[in-house]
Design a binder for this molecule. Structure first.
Ligand code: HEC
Ligand code: HEC
Ligand code: HEC
Ligand code: HEC
Ligand code: HEC
Ligand code: HEC
Ligand code: HEC
Ligand code: HEC
Length: 453
């Protein structure tokens, strides 16, 4: 929505007209193209014969997909099954769906960001430079420590479950990979094999392409209005280790979204979605959407200063972005609705919370170093109370404190955050002193899964 007062009414009027025209045209197209009464689709124009055949047969075989697609803007713009699922015969992902056997049309159930880039190159380019792309897949595919966590520990390798067996992989397949993504592997029929597809945001495809665009605007509606709501992020950004949706819910911004959100306009065109369409920011407003002088970005790393997920928070650089620039951009977001005074007070408090957390972390590192030099650490960190607590320090309580401070969730900053941090560090201090005094490691883990989970 435009913010200049004089043009508000006129702009609003023109906007309504366009909506009405678009609405009527859309309804007409729907009535003409889709014979809804018979619960069967008969498409008269706008599609080639082959593209039509997908829709007609799939309206019988997978009606849910057709219904979703039909309701989306791309469906209305006649971007169809054919545009996204038909591939060249020599594509590494080419196979044939049941209804196409014996024809010369090849399809793939896998659709990566590369397919979208045919028509949305800018969004894909931005996405690929963000941590939602390659970095999201790294922990599952390139990090040896994580392999040990996923297979030896969570997959019960230590209880004798065969490494690489379906049961061994089940924890990763049902958990990590649905958020992070994985490498898709193909079977003899060139279709993806179990436990490798579907996957999360950083999924890597057999043709080398990266990224599942539909984690935020889900298939087959692909609605921008959905991606603008906090629920779009909540399927991954939640829980004890990155409670972003919980923090949002308890923030004033979340309070306002919950109180008035249903009246907001989530349909505005890209880069015209502005305060007035909404009263308080959603995740997308702060991290992605165009607002004021900022334009929409699919690079969620761009507006960040700190790396709040990691053991020690530093100002971002290199593959983690540009923290100095990120800070400037994020403050610009706030200033659309807050004074400079308010923005600086809040954002400076985040810097101080990071500094405080880092003090705790540095203390833990110093203690660990000394214990290590005296041979007073167990090899298996998960059977060693000191190391278990150290994990919870940064991965759970420490992230909650920092992210609570970043996104204005006082309960997470405090009760789930700093309040637990000081206790964890005091317990670590006790174990540390005990080991130094006795010159040995206590026999049983003193944590025994009683950590601040
Ligand atoms: C704008 C692109 C796009 C269009 C148009 C599209 N799809 Fe998809 N489709 C996707 C994406 C993305 C996925 C998820 C692929 C992945 O995770 O690798 C998908 C997945 C699927 C799947 C496999 C998942 C499941 O739930 O079984 C089927 C089947 C499918 N689409 C059928 C269709 C049909 C039928 C149409 C036509 C009405 C269609 N698609 C139109 C992008 C598209
Ligand atoms: C004559 C019916 C028919 C036609 C025509 C047809 N399909 Fe299918 N398609 C099916 C059936 C049946 C399935 C399997 C559904 C299931 O697994 O339950 C399927 C499955 C799929 C899948 C899921 C992956 C797979 O290989 O099983 C995709 C993607 C797909 N079709 C896309 C298309 C596209 C794109 C077209 C048009 C070029 C098309 N289909 C035309 C009947 C058809
Ligand atoms: C063949 C070209 C084409 C391909 C391929 C394509 N799109 Fe689109 N897309 C369009 C067009 C055209 C529109 C504009 C529709 C409109 O606003 O009327 C659009 C609009 C959109 C929108 C905005 C919808 C809204 O609610 O305003 C999203 C989101 C989107 N596409 C995502 C995707 C994703 C994700 C993929 C890949 C899985 C993809 N597109 C592949 C052509 C394409
Ligand atoms: C519910 C979705 C979800 C599940 C399940 C999940 N993660 Fe994550 N993970 C995330 C999100 C979201 C972040 C980013 C959090 C942030 O930046 O605050 C993340 C961050 C990470 C990071 C830090 C990323 C970096 O670039 O340094 C690692 C490592 C990681 N996860 C590994 C794993 C592993 C391994 C598993 C399974 C054993 C797993 N995750 C399960 C959602 C998930
Ligand atoms: C992290 C969530 C998320 C992911 C992943 C995502 N999008 Fe979006 N997308 C959004 C949001 C939020 C908007 C609306 C931005 C705004 O307010 O204008 C959007 C808007 C769009 C639009 C409308 C035009 C625009 O730029 O605003 C297109 C097209 C689009 N996305 C395509 C894609 C494609 C292609 C991918 C995969 C590379 C993708 N999206 C991945 C959240 C996402
Ligand atoms: C399918 C799961 C998924 C969804 C949905 C999702 N994310 Fe993420 N997000 C992740 C993962 C995984 C990471 C960690 C990437 C890494 O390893 O560094 C992440 C990281 C981030 C980061 C930190 C980036 C960085 O550079 O460290 C931000 C900010 C973020 N996401 C914002 C969002 C927003 C906003 C939305 C919704 C519009 C969203 N995400 C939706 C999985 C998801
Ligand atoms: C009022 C604006 C605002 C809203 C709303 C908001 N965030 Fe944030 N977010 C921030 C700020 C500020 C930071 C810290 C930036 C920095 O690094 O200095 C942050 C940090 C993050 C991070 C941590 C990235 C890292 O360093 O590891 C993730 C992940 C994230 N936000 C996801 C979300 C999700 C998901 C939502 C919605 C549930 C959301 N944010 C809502 C402003 C916001
Ligand atoms: C779309 C407008 C909008 C944006 C953008 C926005 N806020 Fe807010 N914010 C509000 C509103 C409205 C309130 C509720 C004020 C009240 O409690 O009466 C609020 C409340 C707050 C509060 C609670 C304290 C208070 O003032 O009562 C904090 C802290 C805050 N915002 C910080 C930020 C930060 C930091 C950013 C940028 C990263 C930001 N906001 C971006 C609209 C916005």
């Amino acid at each position: 929505m435009k913010r200049v007062f004089g043009t508000l009414f006129v702009a609003g009027f023109i906007c309504c007209m366009t909506l009405m025209i678009a609405g009527t045209a859309q309804a007409a197209a729907e009535l003409e193209g889709l014979n809804l009464e018979k619960k069967q689709l008969v498409v008269h124009r706008g599609y080639t014969k082959a593209a039509k055949s997908c829709i007609e047969c799939h309206s019988q075989k997978t009606p849910g997909i057709i219904e979703n697609w039909k309701n989306g803007k791309m469906g209305h713009a006649t971007v169809s099954c054919y545009d996204c699922h038909v591939v060249e015969k020599d594509s590494p992902m080419a196979s044939q769906c049941e209804g196409l056997r014996g024809t010369n049309i090849y399809t793939s159930p896998m659709v990566s960001s590369k397919t979208c880039s045919k028509c949305h190159p800018r969004e894909v380019e931005q996405f690929l430079t963000s941590a939602h792309a390659r970095l999201a897949g790294n922990p599952l595919l390139e990090n040896k420590k994580m392999m040990a966590l996923m297979y030896h520990n969570e997959g019960a390798g230590f209880l004798g479950v065969e490494e690489g067996s379906p049961a061994n992989r089940a924890s990763r397949a049902s958990g990590c990979q649905m958020c992070h993504g994985t490498q898709v592997e193909l079977g003899a029929d060139n279709k993806p094999i179990n436990e490798t597809w579907p996957g999360g945001v950083g999924t890597r495809y057999p043709d080398g392409s990266i990224g599942t665009c539909t984690v935020c605007h889900t298939r087959h509606q692909f609605a921008v209005s959905e991606a603008r709501k906090p629920e779009a992020c909540a399927s991954c950004h939640l829980g004890p280790d990155h409670p972003n949706i919980e923090i949002y819910e308890e923030s004033k911004h979340g309070q306002i979204y919950n109180a008035h959100g249903e009246k907001w306009n989530f349909e505005a065109a890209p880069d015209t979605w502005e305060p007035g369409d909404y009263d308080a920011p959603t995740c997308a407003v702060c991290h992605m959407s165009g607002i004021g002088e900022l334009t929409t970005t699919h690079n969620i790393t761009e507006r960040l200063k700190w790396n709040l997920v990691h053991k020690r928070s530093e100002i971002r650089s290199k593959e983690r972005g540009d923290g100095v620039k990120g800070d400037i951009l994020m403050r610009k977001v706030c200033k659309n609705c807050h004074s400079t005074l308010h923005t600086n007070a809040t954002m400076d408090t985040l810097d101080n919370a990071v500094a405080l957390y880092n003090v705790y972390w540095d203390k833990a590192v110093a203690m660990k170093k000394e214990l290590a030099s005296k041979g007073l650490l167990k090899e298996d960190a998960w059977k060693d109370g000191f190391q278990e607590l150290m994990y919870y320090l940064w991965h759970h309580t420490g992230r909650r404190a920092r992210q609570g401070a970043a996104m204005n969730g006082p309960d997470y900053a405090h009760w789930h955050g700093f309040f637990q941090i000081f206790q964890v560090v005091k317990d670590m201090e006790d174990i540390y002193k005990y080991r130094l005094e006795k010159g040995k490691i206590e026999e049983l883990s003193t944590v025994m899964n009683g950590g601040p989970v």
